[in-house]
Design a protein around this ligand. Structure first.
Ligand code: GUN
Ligand code: ZN
Length: 448
């Protein structure tokens, strides 16, 4: 190893790794390089190139040091697997404080646990402490980007973006819009909520790696006026996102039909308010009519599948191949209804949900989904998701033998696909050795 000096250009070579950049193609397949190396530009935090360790080292380190030559640091991750950072497309940061709350399905769970906890986020100190804790938990799970719900308090969003900006993580959030059917201390009048979002867009959208999403919670907690204003705001921007929830639970759907009797169905409420489009991600979408799938396709609207949440709240079984045949699907934790921040654990539960419907989810498809697939769904695949040159160097260093059981089971595997499947089924935060954000190591597993 050589120390970095004051050269204007410095490079880091992540040496002796196994690389798993996910490549896009007709068929999804991972590119695997045993003894690979990843070259990162320390100034931009972006990937220069990847390749075989020997070739890369020869190219970057064999030249004798001369003026103007970049200083090269070499990191060695022998026996580890390096993958693009994981992306979580739907998660509620304030709900980290009430994850695993007993006994209820969606609507009671919201009223009895969720809204009570979210009310605490009027306090900026609570918001900053929780945002910091949550982001560190994401890193410990290998998640480097996420589309996140804050609360209806603008300070909850400022706190989140402030902490994310410090870490330089690429994150999407916005203030939650609610103006009915929720406690007074969480409701904000339609105009005020939209003004808050507008301010947040002015202050944070595309500042560093932060993006804003217009965030009406769901049809139940917004008046038609608020949804209409949200749609107008969405139409006035070209790159601002929109996120909300859709068709998660049967009682929820019945309540929406009661509140909006003149609409064709749940999705039609969002459709007529102008909330659908390619920059829109709707969480869940479990119970949909064919006409609704067709509107998702026609508008390019994306669905975020949240397996641990669907099982925890007893919401239902998401049909992955069916939904994929209409539109883009991402996969997400949905903590605090979701029970883990690990995208590996999430994949494991997604696999089981498909098993119950006689559908399959291979390790290649799953690992593609939580990296490049989720990046595509969020229109971020020009920046993150795999190791193509000039993408941002967000990656995880994985220890395939992190536990005694994993070590023993891995010793029995014969193929890469088998190893990756075991990783997907048994892996969680324990396999994450290190998490690197734009070339900077932000998490290292404690070796105590
Ligand atoms: N629908 C509306 N709000 C929420 C929430 O916070 N979690 C889940 N799982 N569904 C919702
Ligand atoms: Zn949610």
């Amino acid at each position: 190893e050589r120390a970095t000096s004051d050269h204007s250009q410095t490079l880091t070579i992540e040496q002796d790794i196994t690389l798993l950049p996910v490549i896009e193609g007709v068929q999804v397949y991972p590119e695997y390089i045993a003894d690979g190396a990843l070259v990162v530009d320390d100034v931009t935090g972006c990937i220069v190139e990847y390749g075989h360790n020997e070739t890369i080292l020869a190219k970057y380190t064999n030249t004798s040091e001369q003026a103007g030559q970049p200083v090269v640091k070499v990191h060695n991750y022998r026996d580890k697997l390096v993958m693009p950072g994981f992306i979580d497309t739907h998660v509620h940061y304030p709900q980290i404080d009430m994850i695993a709350a007993y006994g209820e399905q969606l609507l009671d769970w919201l009223n009895n646990y969720t809204f009570v906890t979210e009310a605490n986020f009027s306090d900026p100190k609570v918001a900053h402490d929780t945002a910091q804790f949550f982001l560190n938990q994401l890193l410990a799970n290998g998640t480097t980007s996420a589309m996140v719900f804050s609360t209806s308090h603008p300070e909850s969003v400022n706190a989140f973006f402030t902490e994310s900006h410090k870490l330089n993580t690429r994150m999407i959030t916005g203030n939650v819009l609610m103006d009915q059917n929720a406690p007074d201390n969480l409701c904000v009048l339609a105009e005020q909520g939209i003004r808050d979002t507008q301010n947040i867009i002015d202050n944070w959208h595309e500042r560093g790696r932060q993006h804003v999403a217009i965030t009406p919670r769901f049809a139940i907690t917004s008046t038609p006026k608020q949804l209409q204003m949200a749609g107008e705001l969405y139409a006035s921007y070209e790159s601002v996102y929109l996120q909300t929830h859709l068709a998660e639970n049967h009682d929820e759907i019945a309540f929406v039909k009661q509140l909006y009797p003149n609409h064709k169905g749940y999705l039609d409420v969002y459709d007529t308010m102008g909330l659908l489009g390619r920059r829109t991600t709707l969480a869940h979408g479990i119970h949909l009519e064919i006409s609704e799938y067709e509107r998702l396709r026609a508008t390019g609207t994306q669905i975020s599948h949240c397996p641990t949440s669907n099982l925890f709240l007893g919401s239902g079984l998401f049909n992955l191949p069916k939904t994929l045949s209409y539109t883009g699907v991402s996969i997400a934790t949905d903590v605090g209804a979701g029970t883990s921040l690990s995208m590996l654990t999430t994949l494991s539960e997604a696999y089981k949900i498909q098993q119950l419907q006689s559908n399959q989810l291979s390790a290649h498809q799953g690992l593609y989904q939580i990296t490049l697939g989720n990046a595509q769904s969020l229109l971020l695949d020009d920046k993150i998701g795999n190791f193509m040159p000039n993408k941002e160097a967000d990656f995880v260093v994985i220890d395939m033998g992190a536990t005694e059981l994993l070590e023993r089971r891995m010793a029995q595997t014969k193929t890469l696909e088998e190893q990756l499947f075991v990783l997907m089924m048994l892996g969680d935060d324990r396999v994450i050795d290190q998490t690197v954000i734009a070339g900077v190591s932000r998490y290292r597993k404690s070796t105590l």
